[in-house]
Design a protein around this ligand. Structure first.
Ligand code: SF4
Length: 177
């Protein structure tokens, strides 16, 4: 088997929705070589060859894969988190086994929407970033006209986890943070 084990190393309630779960998990195998095949097969994936990451939504769950690490946010509960990790392991192994029949896709495609990014911002519309609303800031982030660093409220201690999440997503997408 290509990927034998996924071990959860961190689990906590989501910052913006405390009834949901965020987690970090470690993979027993480096999956870099499978990423272009995952990019070809997972409909809404965003692959960044430079950072060796692939990000996608599975229903409401946000998943970012690094060569040996998984970041997941918005799992419904603990059971759902484990089931989604099992699904990931099966999917990676299945795609690896069938890779000879799949055309690998090395293109970076950004498919995260401004509304999804908005979900990970403080949503106070405080205007400290120079934008009228957090949604406008999210739109500018996607256009490459804003940087996460300009959202000062994200750097407050109470927003530390939110900041970590959006930094992971935005840097995985290849944007300047
Ligand atoms: S600084 Fe951050 S919280 Fe304030 S409006 Fe801009 S994006 Fe929203």
């Amino acid at each position: 088997m290509f990927l034998e084990e996924i071990e959860m190393t961190f689990m906590a309630p989501c910052v913006s929705e405390e009834n949901k779960i965020r987690l970090i998990a470690q993979m027993s195998t480096d999956i870099s070589e499978v990423m272009p095949y995952l990019n070809a097969k997972i409909r809404n994936a965003t692959y960044n060859k430079d950072t060796d990451t692939i990000t996608f939504m599975k229903e409401v769950r946000l998943i970012t894969l690094y060569p040996r690490k998984i970041f997941m946010a918005k799992a419904m509960n603990v059971t759902d988190a484990w089931q989604t990790l099992d699904w990931l392991k099966d999917t990676i192994n299945e795609i690896y086994e069938n890779r000879d029949d799949i055309e690998p896709d090395y293109q970076r495609r950004v498919r995260i929407t401004a509304l999804e990014l908005y979900g990970w911002l403080p949503k106070t519309n405080c205007r400290e970033c120079g934008e009228l609303t957090c949604l406008a800031f999210a739109v500018k982030l996607l256009l490459g006209e804003q940087k996460i660093a300009n959202c000062k409220p994200l750097f407050k201690p109470e927003n530390a986890k939110m900041k970590e999440l959006i930094f992971n997503v935005v840097s995985a997408l290849g944007y300047e943070v």
